[in-house]
Design a protein around this ligand. Sequence first.
Ligand SMILES: NC(=O)C1=CN([C@@H]2O[C@H](COP(=O)(O)OP(=O)(O)OC[C@H]3O[C@@H](n4cnc5c(N)ncnc54)[C@H](O)[C@@H]3O)[C@@H](O)[C@H]2O)C=CC1
Ligand SMILES: CC(=O)C(=O)O
Ligand SMILES: [Mg+2]
Length: 372
Amino acid sequence: MKIGCPKEIKPQEFRVGVTPNAAGEAVAHGHEVVIETAAGLGAGFSDDDYLAVGAKILPSADEVFAQADMVVKVKEPQAVERKKLRKDQILFTYLHLAPDPEQTKDLLASGVTAIAYETVTDRAGGLPLLAPMSEVAGRLAPQVGAWTLQKANGGRGVLMGGVPGVGPARVIVIGGGVVGTHAAKIAAGMGADVTVLDRSLTRLRYLDDVFGGQFKTGYSSAGLLAELLPLADMVIGAVLIPGAAAPKLVTRRQLSIMKPGAALVDVAIDQGGCFETSKATTHQDPIYEVDGIMHYCVANMPGAVARTSTIALGNATMPFMLDLADKGWKQACADDPHLLNGLNVHAGKLTYAAVGEALGIETIAAEQALAA
Ligand SMILES: NC(=O)C1=CN([C@@H]2O[C@H](COP(=O)(O)OP(=O)(O)OC[C@H]3O[C@@H](n4cnc5c(N)ncnc54)[C@H](O)[C@@H]3O)[C@@H](O)[C@H]2O)C=CC1
Ligand SMILES: CC(=O)C(=O)O
Ligand SMILES: [Mg+2]
């Protein structure tokens, strides 16, 4: 199979979908790998690094898309990239379709077979291709939140760890999955007073067992949140209902009960965001203010630390990419129900129920696409 990897074109996105290590393994499996020139530069990989493992360098994205049987990326295809997709081509990348009707429409029209990293599952009930980026975004969240809290950025001028004689910042993390756990660990490590809320008691028991003493836990409800919001210096949104649009947990009216200059960091923005006032921002212009509350809503946070993120993502995607290339998507998905859970679009049909529900589009079962 010919595997193609274009340079990412989303603003300030420096990650790359295929690392030289992954390219080398694919070549060793007998596949051809074509990489757009300079695709890896932002993550510290030169064209020569790819040539050294047997990949080919192509001069443009047009040629990569035209030649590839499978396109491997990081971010959802942008409008100009979507025009290059075609029937009988596999697209393997993050998609986040539920809050994105335009992209969904274009993918359906293209006829492409699109497998979304964020809905591939594992035996433990986790999301193995989302997890590495959730680890990164979770660890970044307190860091960017702390920056947002600085006076010059519109924040309330509170230091995460406080100082002797002055108490620490209070941080509320909503959602105690991968993002939430890593965010809480780092915020607690910075000296903040941290509470993690989740709706899963099993998850709260795990967090209490492992991190009891470092941060507190609470059962996520509208009532508890209303109690905690007036006390918070920072709220980190880290909820997920896989594939679905994020539930709105903090309303615009509730901003008025918060401290002026408090920071909302909505990591769940790629699924539409969990605060009513969230709208996606970019690394170039990451924060904005609503009713005196600062919002940070960058939808590709891991792009800020592109080298760490690219290697972490490549480690996770490589075995799935190899499986898809070795067997073709149908056999790979038939053999692995967890990879089949990644199938979101095939030949003009949506194959992921939560996306269909969010967008009001008819969905077929992924198994039906396999049988077609
Ligand atoms: N902005 C960015 O750059 C990035 C965003 N993300 C996003 O972060 C979000 C979280 O991802 P993960 O932590 O990997 O998911 P996860 O599945 O590991 O954790 C989500 C947690 O949210 C909990 N939850 C669901 N509804 C809740 C509610 N109403 N209140 C409290 N908790 C609730 C679940 O029980 C679960 O523990 C996703 O939307 C993901 O796409 C991930 C990486 C990068
Ligand atoms: C998960 C995701 O959307 C990202 O890493 O950008
Ligand atoms: Mg994202």
